[in-house]
Design a protein around this ligand. Structure first.
Ligand code: ADP
Ligand code: MG
Length: 528
């Protein structure tokens, strides 16, 4: 804002001149302050804002030049017009050096005075504007600097934050590739997943991440993902990727295009990668477990039904056996020999039937585990002794390859003995014309491994599929409970049973049992 009046300081020691000039200026609408000497003038300068000064070079005590210097020091923007009566111009350079704005030779006419003052005022105005603009520019610059510093800090923080977020994802690999498919970001999760360090893979073509063996198909997948992402904004492909060490894995790759905010130009794409290996494995395990559960349920139901029947016939059978014995004792001596043989046959058959009933009941009953350290080497040696008659009858050669250190595990003796007995008996029965039975024990870290191998008839595909079904048998005298019983026991002991068999070549049954029984797993199994 312009001041309403413009103040002129007029310094001259001659009263009449001072008065006349002041009158000229007042008439030209200036506000005029007058001083007769240096001290008066300084007093005014110190207390009032003036716009222009008109100073006589000759003043009493201290000269106008001295006053000019003082004014320049105190208010450098105020133009000072010097008046001189001296026609000789020798002191002018000194005045210029001291900062004088203009010179007026005395006597000063009205027009000359007014012109000079108004030029001075104009100069003052311009200088003030310039100063103001300079100050504004300065403050703008400072403001800008502060803003830039703040934004830089913000950006650095955002960058750190983003990096922390990116690196905190270790389950997912986060990879950014540019429009030329070159890798421009590779987070820690990616380093772990692929085995490359970010620094070494940066700017490399993304195809280096695709599994080598099918780089053609993999690249096609990658391109398909890219195209789809460009079209619909996001894509998901399943793709086989490769690690630094040459191994490969199936992964899900979600791709999102990255576009420039300002002009929508494509900058590349963001890929979020998840290794599906363990997911696939657990899916597979789950499927297996489901099948197993369904199967176990079937077995339980079948066993229950069979057990009911067995239970129903067990008591009458015991009665029959008793009657038959009684009959033989009472009338045996009155009967012909062949008739006694008939009674013996009846008793034998009854015993056989109750034996079967007992086996069925045994199969259906839940196995009560009494867990204690059991040495399987001892159990298997016992079994071979007990089966001596069958071994001899079938002319089987038995080889025991037992670990010297012993095969001790926390097991239930009764049930594991019965299970291994069934397996050994099956092996012997598979070799009616002789052969070799090899029983091996081994300890592998926290596992016991038993293998029972025969050189017998082996199994057809269809047999292999059904061996664990209760009552599945290919033997005329068979009951078909040996294998399902063995598996039930082994699984309750948290072990595993596997078969390898070839028709007319033989069969190998492999049993794996943990050396330590895990009670929590058992509890979980019970609640299933
Ligand atoms: P069983 O012995 O009463 O027939 P299992 O459950 O013990 O009942 O066996 C079921 C069937 O599995 C047998 O009938 C036989 O067909 C087959 N099997 C089991 N073990 C062997 C083996 N070592 N060699 C050939 N077949 C076998
Ligand atoms: Mg059997």
């Amino acid at each position: 804002m312009m001041k309403e009046t413009t103040t002129v300081l007029l310094v001259d020691d001659e009263p009449s001149l001072r008065w006349t000039m002041a009158e000229f200026l007042k008439r030209a609408a200036y506000n005029v302050l007058t001083a007769a000497d240096f001290d008066d003038a300084l007093e005014i300068i110190n207390n009032t804002d003036i716009d222009v000064a008109v100073v006589d070079i000759f003043l009493p005590h201290k000269s106008g030049l001295e006053l000019l210097r003082q004014m320049q020091a105190r208010a450098p923007s105020v133009p000072v017009i010097m008046m001189t009566g001296d026609p000789d111009a020798s002191h002018i350079p000194e005045l210029i050096r001291a900062g004088a704005h203009d010179f007026l030779p005395k006597p000063v006419t009205k027009d000359v005075l007014i012109n000079a003052v108004s030029r001075g005022v104009e100069k003052k105005r311009l200088v003030d504007v310039k100063r103001r603009l300079e100050r504004e520019i300065q403050s703008h610059a400072e403001h800008l600097e502060a803003r830039i510093a703040a934004r830089t800090t913000e950006l650095a923080e955002a960058h750190n934050f983003l990096n922390a977020v990116l690196d905190s994802s270790t389950e997912y690999a986060i990879v950014v590739m540019d429009t030329e498919s070159r890798i421009t970001l590779f987070n820690r999760g990616a380093e772990t997943m692929f085995g490359y360090r970010a620094a070494e893979i940066m700017n490399e073509p993304a195809e280096r991440l695709v599994a080598k063996d099918e780089s053609g198909a993999g690249l096609e997948q990658l391109r398909r993902g890219w195209r789809e992402a460009q079209e619909v904004g996001r894509s998901r492909v399943e793709i086989k990727l490769g690690r630094d060490d040459g191994s490969s894995f199936v992964a899900s790759l979600v791709m999102t295009p990255i576009a420039s905010k300002s002009d929508d130009r494509s900058l590349g794409s963001l890929c979020i990668i998840k290794d599906l290996t363990s997911e696939r494995q657990s899916e597979h395990a789950l499927r297996q477990m489901r099948a197993r559960l369904a199967h176990n349920e079937k077995i339980a139901a079948l066993g229950q039904a069979a057990a009911q029947v067995a239970h129903e016939i067990k008591n009458p059978l015991a009665g029959l056996s008793l009657y038959a014995g009684h009959l033989k004792n009472k009338v045996g001596d009155k009967l012909a020999d062949n008739e006694v043989i008939l009674i013996d046959k009846i008793i034998e058959t009854i015993n056989h039937l109750s034996n079967i009933a007992e086996q069925v009941l045994n199969f259906a009953r839940p196995v009560a585990l009494t867990l204690q350290p059991i040495d399987l080497n001892r159990v298997l040696t016992d079994i071979v002794h007990l089966l001596e008659p069958q071994i001899a009858a079938n002319k089987v050669k038995v080889t025991l390859q037992l670990t010297e250190a012993g095969a001790v595990g926390t097991l239930d003796e009764t049930s594991i003995r019965a299970a291994l007995m069934n397996l050994s008996l099956n092996a012997i029965q598979a070799m009616p014309d002789g052969g070799e039975l090899t029983i091996t024990t081994e300890t592998r870290r926290d596992k016991l491994a038993v293998s029972i191998k025969d050189t017998g008839v082996g199994m057809r595909e269809e047999q292999l599929k059904n061996v664990f079904e209760p009552f599945y048998t290919t033997k005329s005298q068979g009951l078909g409970l040996g294998m399902p019983y063995a598996r039930k026991v082994i699984e309750q002991l948290q072990g595993d049973i596997k078969l390898q068999s070839r028709q007319s070549q033989g069969t190998m049954v492999e049993v794996e049992l943990p050396t330590e029984f895990k009670a929590e797993a058992f509890a979980a199994q019970l609640t299933l």
